[in-house]
Design a protein. Structure first.
Length: 140
């Protein structure tokens, strides 16, 4: 599984090379995707090393595999929704989904984490980096 994630991350890293560069900014729209892909590759390598070094039971691996497949399905739905619903709303929805998936029951956490994340992303990308994120066809 980690090898697949490394391959996908490497693909998206190479795809981010094609983003148009703005000569007026030091960091372009390819900056954050490259950071995310680098982190995914690093974390996948750590998982590979951890898996090789550990001798976990097969039952735990099957349960973990089911969780991983469910998480990937949620991310796939998230990626499909972005062009239609927009980045901000779909990101909030996927964060709530992941929180519910991990059995978080606190209403405060279910509200504060997505709102805080969206606020941070908005300030960082829209205001600080001047990179607009997709609003989706539903709202345009």
């Amino acid at each position: 599984m980690s090898v697949i994630i490394i391959g996908i991350s490497a693909y998206f890293y190479s795809m981010s090379q094609a983003f148009p560069q703005n000569q007026m900014q030091e960091t372009g729209p390819d900056f954050m995707p490259k950071i995310y892909c680098g982190f995914l590759i690093l974390l996948s390598l750590i998982l590979i090393v951890k898996e090789v070094m550990s001798k976990a039971k097969e039952e735990k691996k099957e349960a973990a595999m089911l969780y991983a497949v469910a998480a990937m399905a949620m991310v796939a739905v998230y990626l499909i929704l972005i062009p239609y619903v927009g980045f901000y709303l779909s990101t909030a929805a996927v964060i709530v989904s992941f929180l519910l998936f991990t059995k978080v029951k606190s209403l405060y956490t279910l509200a504060a984490v997505p709102l805080g994340t969206i606020a941070f992303i908005y300030i960082f990308f829209e205001k600080f980096l001047s990179v607009s994120l997709p609003l989706g066809t539903l709202f345009t």
